[in-house]
Design a protein. Sequence first.
Length: 322
Amino acid sequence: MEYQTDATASLKREHIESKLGTNAEALSEKVNLRELCMQDTFRSVLEILLTWTLLGVSLYLVTRPIGILVKTLLFVFIATRQYALIILMHDAFHGLLSRSKKLNDFLARWFLAFPVGSVYDNPKSKHLLHHQFLGELKDPDVSFYERKNNISSLGHHFFISLLLTQVAYTFLGKKKNKTADGSPRYGMVFVAIVQLLIMGAFYLLGHWYYYILFWFLPIVTLVIFFDKVRIFCEHVPLSSWVSEKRAVLRTYSAHPIECFFVAPFDMNYHAEHHLYPGVPHFRLSVLRGLLDAKKIDGKGRWQSVDLQHSYLLFLSKYIRDL
């Protein structure tokens, strides 16, 4: 399989532009996008390895005789890195881990999805529907960012319904007997196998029940909470906007600390991702620069994107607006 280098892409651009002359500007956008959409398998594997290394060190530390405060901090840290696995899985939904579909899905299933309890294929199908029908009733995510009219409904959304319903939605998806490509679906069997392996690792470290305390519980509490905060903040309309608008495109130039919790791996560039879902996460910041410089037109929608600076500030603004 051949991979196009940056130098090769640059030479191709110069050659094509020299031939087309007046159409060079229009072509430049296409070439920019083609280069931005190139997958980097090596980088994907490195990011997965780094995330698992941080998880492995953290999980080892929690089995050591350390104080409850440190273990509490490690609980939170473990949840952030589990959520990072889910965000990388999101890139895999769009085939962005590798140019090889088989390798993309293999990495996603065994190193990202199954370890956090996701069957992968059905959540993938639902996520692609979210992109196709954003803000419409066909959007399977629409209930997660519908406007809440008071503090009570907002609190119910984040602290009750998400724990009861979102776990099944995120990790299981709609029940099917087959995957989207028609092949038999044994996702839950593989999930169970991987979970047993993780539990076995805790057993070897002398604390099998820590699997529940420091692997299962972070997933069904903080990981789900981080996900719901992010999804809500990305698409919920403000009350000052037209009532017919069910969803908006919103992007954040948030502080790295905030992104570490709710938007790892460049997920804060969410509007950019919706406009061009074929761009891997590590090039979304470059895409943002091209959109701001008007070198890419954003499909005519960039000017309507809501630009925010902080998830927390947006939530506080939203609550004040109730």
